[in-house]
Design a protein around this ligand. Sequence first.
Ligand code: C5P
Length: 236
Amino acid sequence: MGKEKIIIPLDVDSAEKAVELVRALKDDVGAFKVGLELVNYAGLGIFDKIRAAGATKIFYDCKFHDIPNTVAGASRAAAGMNVWLFNVHCSGGFAMMKAAKDAALEAAEKAGVNPPLVIGVTILTSIDQPTLNNELRTPGAVADQVVNLAKLAKEAGLDGVVASPHEIESIRAACGPDFLIITPGVRPAGGDLGDQKRVMTPAQAVSRGADYLVIGRPITKAENPKAAAQAIAAEI
Ligand code: C5P
């Protein structure tokens, strides 16, 4: 169903505001994303609070990036909190990604919960070509580096990647039909772009092969968020 593909980012600065969004949207979307802003304001107790408000699938957008041993420990903790999905930076390398996935599987089994999906962040969409080449001194095209990192994530056993809508087709071609692709930067036709630049509509992103869409402000800032979510689900 269309609504199962929609992930709402809870980009707010308090547990109360997050709970309010979950109550309003829980029947019309697939999952909720808890990122660095909310978790640093509200603490990890936020997971129980939004579950009590009706969130069932939680994407913990923590983007772990450290040595493999440390990321394995953090991944065990994330899996023990029974999140649906969490992510790590692919630039941490093969061993770090594998450590995250292995630790998550082991901890979920121990806790008797479903193993979380572990997703890689390839290159942040805020890193453009000059930044990659001149600041980070990494040669090559951003698009190629994204595909390289997605392939490495797959080899390391990750379940998928987060990617810009414009990278969906090349990742799909390189990583196959079962590799999950989650994409932000999605705007309904004619919608306000906000600070997103290279956007696609929900229908375009799904027809190009996206499995899940992270859609924030077009829903959360709409006059009627529930109606906005339903309209996007229908379009999908
Ligand atoms: O409001 P909007 O739909 O732009 O929200 C998009 C969400 O996806 C935000 O939580 C943003 O941090 C996240 N995101 C993004 N671009 C990326 C990775 C994550 O917009 N490359």
